[in-house]
Write a protein that binds this ligand. Structure first.
Ligand SMILES: O=C(O)CCC(=O)C(=O)O
Length: 317
């Protein structure tokens, strides 16, 4: 289903909309199974190499990786879409139910941006050992992994190169488990997109003192809900104080043929009315594309400039 007129208007006015129950188990369960298979494979390799003592096989999706990470944080290194390259995740990037929503804002020619992440937001307790499992002794490595998944305030317009500044890039954020303030849901400042401004700070993101005025809104979401967000909406995620991992995907889609702001990473066409033959259906091409790109560029290069003048961004619809 496409966005309703009310949902579309909510996005236009507020800069975001949550579509409740947009996805079902049929959409998300294969993704979770693909991630579980990856974690299982890595766990078995580490176990064979004697680098973990337990496989934690009976543990649920939301806990197993946390317990293994506690013992050996290296399992956490490849927990992202482009490193994991699970076929089920590739298939999900072209999920029809999701693209019907995306199409309401992006139009009928849709490209999947390479700015995409799988996030396994670890419980804070993993670093302190209160979450169970054997400690690795490398408390600094654990603390770093917990910290790296508490996203500071930022706008997604801050994470791409300048060539994509005028491009409407839609953020699609969805949890793979229920999320709330306890396990580290997203917070946003709605309506800021109307100002057309990127709030640059010295380092990455927006310093608290530089945040635009506005009410901070927490966005608890259930598995199956989908958030669509304008790239100028400031957002962050808060610490995970629960005992389990908060799993989520954040994806980005845009009109085909425009710069993604990450030309060094592979984008691909997920839907096209005009040229359906250009839609990428071959998993191996996608997977190889990332493999090759990551051999050349591991860290995204810094931007050359940070314009402070408002940039007009044209949305479809
Ligand atoms: O999922 C999170 O914790 C942060 C996501 C985020 O910052 C983003 O999608 O840009």
């Amino acid at each position: 289903m496409a966005l309703t007129q009310d949902q579309f208007q909510h996005f236009v006015d507020e800069g975001y909309v949550i579509v409740k129950g947009a996805l079902t188990g049929d959409d998300l369960d294969p993704v979770i199974a693909g991630i579980e298979a990856f974690v299982d494979g890595r766990a078995r390799s580490l176990h064979e190499e004697g680098r973990i003592t337990e496989l934690h096989e009976g543990e649920p999706f939301e806990r197993r990786l946390a317990l293994i990470t506690r013992e050996n944080p290296s399992i956490y290194d490849d927990i992202d879409i482009m490193h994991m390259r699970a076929e089920a995740v590739f298939r999900f990037l072209g999920n029809d139910r999701m693209l019907n929503l995306v199409g309401s804002l992006v139009g009928p020619e849709i490209t999947c941006s390479p700015i995409q992440h799988l996030r396994a937001k670890l419980p804070e307790a993993v670093a302190s050992g209160d979450s169970g499992g054997n400690g690795s002794g490398d408390e600094n490595a654990l603390a770093a992994r917990v910290k790296e998944n508490v996203a500071p305030w930022h706008q997604d317009a801050q994470v791409h190169q300048e060539d994509a500044d005028p491009v409407f890039i839609l953020t699609v954020w969805l949890p793979l488990c229920d999320t709330d303030e306890e396990n580290g849901c997203l917070q946003i400042i709605p309506r800021v997109h109307h100002r057309g401004t990127v709030y640059w700070s010295e380092g990455f993101g927006i310093e608290e003192s530089g945040l635009p005025e506005g009410k901070v809104l927490s966005l608890p979401m259930k598995k199956g809900d989908v958030l669509l967000m304008h790239k100028l909406i400031p957002h962050r995620s808060i610490p995970n104080r629960s005992g389990s991992i908060r799993w989520s995907l954040d994806l980005r889609y845009q009109q085909t043929g425009l710069p993604t702001g990450r030309s060094f990473y592979p984008n691909f066409i997920v839907r096209s009315q005009r040229h359906p033959e250009f839609v990428l259906a071959d998993y191996n091409t996608w997977s190889r594309g990332w493999e090759e790109a990551l051999k050349v560029t591991t860290q995204r290069p810094p931007r050359k400039n940070r314009p402070t003048e408002p940039t007009p961004i044209r949305m479809y619809g």
